[in-house]
Design a protein around this ligand. Structure first.
Ligand code: PLP
Ligand code: COI
Length: 340
């Protein structure tokens, strides 16, 4: 397979149009068989449910080239499962997870020339999404939907790659109690746009959102879960009903326990105890694990002992082991690697 002539090493996290995308339509209560198309544009009625009432959900995963030249994806079944849950919460039809994995496989295989080579530092980002497509004017779910998958080659999500980030505790909330924080719906990201732009204007890389009910507990950022390491090298993961169940974070918990022999605690984390941690990282498909060096809460600055120049020791081990598994250098637990 001849790869495209792309400067893989200098890619940022942006959209580059690739050749093929997957499309399936839901009409009269059923999904059609689905197909690949070259048309990257979508024509919609002006009153489509997605345009009026934001009825849209999505997923994000990556395809990698392994050292021995295979193209693989990482736990796509979990993305399919999460998308089923997102669909149920927004009264959308479920696109079954088995079909989801099959569709991801087709979309990646059709764009194999865009899967960055092993060792390039880039990956092929895969974006499945679904939206209400027929006209809806009363507030109600659409009757017709489109499920699509496009792919785009990407580099690191944060400029500067693995340089520790400075984040601020946001005055805005990301999710309501009993709301939609635990699903991957566009509406959660729309509401975070003002908060992230305010954070950027103030010189921060990202926001730390707190639990909206008490504003005392750590939740997540706009696009990644948190991971903390204590001074005695225990991994602590914030637990909340209103954060997205990150597949990266769930995998890192297994990596920490089973590969690195570390103790892992998933529990509520108070903002007040963050000053006592040794390391902090953001984890997600796009973020992988991005180290955090400093957290600013109004006048108070919390500087993580791991510092602003490199990843903390445990964070680095987690990063190396996870990416080693994803790129086929380290043996993966059963079922984690899906070969295209
Ligand atoms: N939290 C939010 C809000 C996200 O958008 C993402 C990205 O998908 C994550 C966490 C990380 O989830 P995952 O590891 O499944 O990509
Ligand atoms: C991902 O990590 O896949 C996401 O969807 C997060 C987004 C901020 C790019």
């Amino acid at each position: 397979m001849e790869k495209k002539n792309i400067d893989w090493g200098n890619l940022g996290f942006g959209y580059i149009q690739t050749e093929k995308r997957y499309v399936s339509n839901f009409k009269d209560g059923a999904w059609d068989e689905g197909t690949l198309t070259e048309d990257a544009n979508i024509v919609l009625n002006e009153c489509a449910g997605v345009l009026q009432y934001a009825q849209t959900i999505f997923e994000g995963l990556k395809a990698y080239t392994t050292e021995d030249g295979r193209i693989v994806t990482f736990r796509p079944d979990l993305n399919g499962e999460r998308m089923e849950n997102s669909a149920r919460r927004l009264e959308m039809p479920v696109f079954p997870k088995e079909r989801f994995v099959e569709a991801v496989t087709k979309a990646v295989a059709a764009n194999a020339a865009y899967v960055p080579p092993f060792g390039s530092g880039a990956t092929l980002y895969v974006r499945p999404y679904m939206f209400g497509s027929n006209p809806v004017i009363g507030v109600k779910p659409a009757d017709e939907y489109q499920f699509r998958i496009f792919t785009t080659p990407v580099g690191p999500y944060f400029k500067g790659g693995v340089k520790p980030l400075t984040i601020c505790v946001s005055d805005f909330d990301r999710a309501a109690p009993h709301g939609t924080g635990h699903i991957k719906a566009g509406l959660n990201y729309a509401m975070s746009l003002h908060a992230i732009m305010e954070a950027h204007r103030a010189g921060f890389d990202e926001n730390m959102y707190l639990d909206p009910a008490t504003r005392t507990k750590v939740e997540e950022t706009g696009g990644a879960n948190f991971l903390f390491v204590t001074k005695d090298k225990k991994v602590v993961i914030p637990k909340s009903e209103s954060i997205l169940p990150s597949i990266t974070r769930r995998s890192l918990m297994v990596v920490a326990r089973d590969y690195l022999g570390l103790e892992v605690e998933e529990r509520e984390v108070l903002l007040e105890e963050v000053k006592d941690f040794a390391e902090c990282g953001l984890c997600g498909t796009a973020a992988v694990i991005s180290p955090v060096g400093k957290i600013v809460d109004h006048e108070r600055e919390i500087c993580l002992p791991s510092g602003m120049s490199e990843m903390g020791e445990v964070t680095k081990k987690l990063y190396d082991t996870l990416t080693g598994i994803q790129m086929g250098r380290i043996e993966a637990p059963e079922g984690w690697i899906h070969v295209i």
